[in-house]
Design a protein. Structure first.
Length: 452
């Protein structure tokens, strides 16, 4: 698990990821993205600051470092742990009076977008110079909220932001690099443009280009999105799915390109130097190959190795977040009577890896869960919850992605790059002082390829 999605207010009532206020007792709520917790809040010692709610006489809450998500194979059945805020003291007694938190407790400020149609409930550490949270500061362009010809821009943008926060919260808890290309990392960061096609104007295409993810805001309109889904013969099309797919392209650039993972990528996904535009055109003209279900997680994944990677990346995020949500509510299907043939360890990319059994347990739990949830959806006359079948080749690709994510290899590369830069700076200082240098300047790395 990363962190559960089962949250409670201090009054004991369930609250949800999107909530900025408890509807039962009125307590303000805020999401701490570093801890993966939705916290009940009370005013801090200074105006405009907030801190985690604490009952009078209660011991201080555990510091953030004590919040350790359980390992991937743990299946908790209790209503505590990551993602679950402290419950009320005595049921029916009502909330106890609040007291100021002990010194050293984290202080927060509200994200500036709380009072906008984005309704962002995320918290910002009070010492952070930014006025926006880690999700909102990724935005470069948002829809015009004052355009009288498009009065629903604010409503649609709010839906887009809710899906984006769900994405970003998972990326942070996975330990992936999430920095704003605008204000934090202009070379390797991430940013978003949320645009809307003008009337009788050019159509805005959703896509990724060198750290910039563009999303057509019309995708937040259920009727329009469903019409496109049917026209494209897609079994699944959602805002969150778009985000997870497009951010996969970004992390290919960020984690795979030019790294030691390239050999494994070529083995599983193929040659990314194939003409991308020609591959897209062939897919539109001829459709996917007839045998695509034997090799790919979706028909679109067969278009090009980049799209295969992005589709598998999106499915990995689907799996992680859905499993976390299920387990945080105590839902485990390991003992359900389901018609199910489990995957075996030889289906994984590296079956000899020390954590291979752990991932296999996770994978088979996912398959059982989606089998049950598909039947639940059918019982309501709705489309399948997860309208996909994982072929063995896709399982190996998912395991590869898991190894990339869990290795944190990007951290090591950044540390090495920082060390080289420091050596180069020191060498330059020595050279400028007229003394012999003991280190050669580090070579600059090549710029990142522009990804369609």
């Amino acid at each position: 698990m990363l962190a559960g999605r089962n949250y409670r207010c201090h009054c004991g009532q369930p609250v949800f990821f999107r909530n900025s206020k408890c509807l039962a007792c009125g307590t303000p709520l805020g999401y701490d993205c570093e801890r993966g917790l939705l916290l009940p809040l009370m005013p801090g010692p200074r105006e405009g600051t907030w801190q985690e709610w604490q009952a009078a006489g209660a011991p201080a809450a555990a510091p953030p470092d004590d919040v350790r998500p359980p390992s991937l194979h743990n299946i908790p059945g209790q209503e505590s742990g990551p993602g679950v805020a402290p419950a009320a003291s005595a049921e029916g007694a009502g909330p106890a009076p609040a007291q100021p938190a002990e010194s050293g407790e984290p202080l927060y400020k509200r994200c500036l977008n709380l009072s906008t149609p984005a309704s962002c409930n995320w918290l910002v550490p009070v010492e952070d110079a930014a006025d926006m949270c880690r999700a909102c500061r990724l935005n470069r362009t948002i829809p015009d909220l004052t355009d009288p010809a498009l009065p629903d821009n604010g409503y649609l943008w709010g839906l887009v932001e809710l899906a984006k926060r769900r994405l970003v919260s998972a990326l942070i808890l996975l330990g992936l690099p999430v920095a704003s290309r605008i204000s934090e990392d202009p070379e390797r960061g991430l940013m978003f443009d949320f645009l809307r096609s003008p009337v009788n104007g050019p159509h805005i295409m959703t896509g990724h280009n060198t750290g910039l993810i563009t999303l057509n805001v019309d995708e937040a309109d259920d009727a329009k999105r469903e019409a496109v889904r049917k026209a494209m013969r897609e079994p699944y099309r959602t805002l969150l799915g778009h985000f997870r797919h497009e951010v996969g392209h970004y992390y290919w650039d960020r984690l795979i390109a030019g790294s030691s993972w390239m050999d494994g990528f070529h083995e599983l996904f193929g040659d990314e130097t194939l003409d991308y535009a020609a591959s897209l055109q062939r897919n539109y003209d001829e459709g996917p190959p007839a045998d695509w279900p034997l090799h790919y997680v979706s028909a679109y994944a067969s278009t090009h190795p980049w799209e295969d990677w992005a589709e598998c990346w999106a499915h990995y995020l689907h799996m992680r977040d859905a499993i976390d949500t299920a387990l945080s509510f105590g839902l485990s299907v390991d003992h359900f009577d389901l018609e199910f043939i489990p995957f075996t360890i030889d289906a994984l990319y590296q079956p000899e890896h020390p954590d291979a059994e752990q991932f296999l347990t996770f994978l088979n739990h996912w398959t059982r869960l989606t089998t049950m949830l598909n039947e639940m959806s059918r019982s309501m006359g709705l489309p399948d919850f997860y309208p996909f079948i994982l072929p063995t080749e896709a399982v190996a690709k998912l395991h590869f992605i898991h190894l990339v994510v869990s290795s944190r290899s990007w951290l090591q590369e950044e540390e090495e790059a920082t060390g080289q830069a420091e050596k180069a700076e020191k060498a330059e200082e020595v050279a400028n002082a007229g003394e012999p240098a003991d280190a050669a300047p580090a070579q600059q790395s090549q710029g990142q390829r522009q990804n369609p």
